[in-house]
Structure formats: structure tokens, C-alpha cells
Design a protein around this ligand. Structure first.
Ligand code: DX5
Ligand code: ZN
Length: 215
């Protein structure tokens, strides 16, 4: 499988969401990456249900919803109804991750788990079979446009090994500071999905930038 590109709408023009959704639809991008922040789990508030509902009306590609919130369990049904295809919760926000993932699956969505830069990949060893996607945070979650943390390559390699040794099908997604300077190296290290916010929406030609990240 060739790697997937998921432009992060956090970096889009919120006053022109329909236009930016159409750009992603017409590009070589594979998914929409939607960052939900609650101001508690992370020191920032982004957007929530009404905005995702609006995006869903225009998006023709899968919605990859990244929850940076405490107590994600109480909103699983809501995000399923809003059309999320992948629902990612943070490892650090879940006391009963196994139960949370069961609930995401029961609601018909792919199960994503995000890990902060300080969270080691080996903590996922006993649950990797139940995870469809691991989102490796390559910045501290909460803001777009931050500098990529170089240690991420080592984490991707370790996670690749863990997944392969377990015989699991889990995808590895990289989120934060991804652009043309590190995309190739990340894919070589074992990444399957690249999230890109500011490198796409800050570019002169976002469609061309997406095509470059895809190639
Ligand atoms: C950060 C978010 C990212 C963010 C990435 O907390 O999870 O998805 O939008 O933005 P860039 O690509 O600008 O680092
Ligand atoms: Zn994200």
C-alpha cells in the first residue's frame, strides 16, 4: 500500500471551509484530518461538532477525527453520527483504553490511538491487535505549525517492529511538523499516513504540495 496523506483542517481558512474542503476533495489527499481540542487535555480549543458537521457535508473522503480531549468515551456515539471514519483517542486520556476501543469499533469506526511525544511505543504492546491506527505525535499536541521532533523516526521504527512482530495490521500515522523535508524519511521508517497542516495550507499551491507529499 502506498502511504496516505491527511491534510489537517486546523490550518485551513475557517471562513472558507467549503472552498478548502473542495480543494482536498480534488487533490491527491486520502483523508481529512480533523483536530478536536478541549482546552483541558491540551492548552488550546479548536472546533467541535457543528464545524465537523459542516465539513462532513462537503468532504468526499474519509474523516480522520483526532480527539485531544479528556473523557472521549462520552462523545463516541456523537462522532459516529457526525460521519467520522477513524476516531483517534489519546492513550494519555484513557484509563480504560481497551473498553474505549471496543466502543469505537461497536460504533462502526476504525480505532485510533494517539501517543504524545513522551509516551513510549512499547506501552501499546498488549493492545496493538485492537488498534487500527497509531497516531505518533511528532509535536506536543495543541497547535499547528510547530517544529517536528526528530526522535520521532526512532519511535516509528520501534512501532513498525512491534506491529510486524505481533502480526497486526495497524497503520502508523505521523502528526505534527510534517512536510516535504521529512515525508520521505518517515515513510522509509515505516509510516503509513502523513498528517500535514501548515505545510499544505500555507503553501502557494496546496494541491501541488499534496501531490508532492503523496509521491
Ligand atoms: C496538533 C494537531 C495536528 C496539527 C498539525 O495538535 O494534532 O494535526 O494540525 O499541524 P502541522 O502540520 O502544522 O504541524
Ligand atoms: Zn492531529
Amino acid at each position: 500500500m502506498s502511504h496516505l496523506i491527511a491534510p489537517s483542517i486546523l490550518a485551513a481558512d475557517f471562513a472558507n471551509l467549503e472552498r478548502d474542503c473542495k480543494m482536498v476533495n480534488e487533490s491527491k489527499a486520502d483523508w481529512f484530518h480533523l483536530d478536536v481540542m478541549d482546552g483541558v487535555f491540551v492548552p488550546n480549543i479548536s472546533f467541535g461538532m457543528p464545524v465537523i458537521g459542516a465539513i462532513q457535508k462537503h468532504a468526499t473522503k474519509p474523516l480522520d477525527v483526532h480527539l485531544m480531549i479528556v473523557n472521549p468515551d462520552q462523545y463516541i456515539e456523537t462522532f459516529a453520527k457526525l460521519g467520522a471514519n477513524v476516531l483517534t483517542v489519546h492513550y494519555e486520556a484513557c484509563n480504560h483504553l481497551h473498553r474505549t476501543l471496543q466502543s469505537i469499533e461497536a460504533h462502526g469506526m476504525s480505532r485510533g490511538v494517539a501517543i504524545n511525544p513522551h509516551t513510549p511505543t512499547h506501552l501499546l504492546a498488549d493492545i496493538i491487535h485492537e488498534i487500527d491506527l497509531v497516531c505518533v505525535m511528532s509535536v506536543n499536541p495543541g497547535f499547528g505549525g510547530q517544529k517536528f521532533i526528530e526522535h520521532t523516526y526512532r519511535k516509528v521504527e520501534a512501532l513498525r517492529k512491534l506491529i510486524d512482530q505481533a502480526g497486526a495490521q495497524t497503520l502508523i500515522e505521523i502528526d505534527g511538523g510534517v512536510g516535504s523535508g521529512n515525508a520521505k524519511k518517515l515513510v522509509e521508517a515505516g509510516a503509513d499516513v502523513l498528517v500535514a497542516g501548515s505545510s499544505v495550507f500555507g503553501a502557494k499551491d496546496p494541491v501541488q504540495t499534496i501531490a508532492e507529499l503523496k509521491a
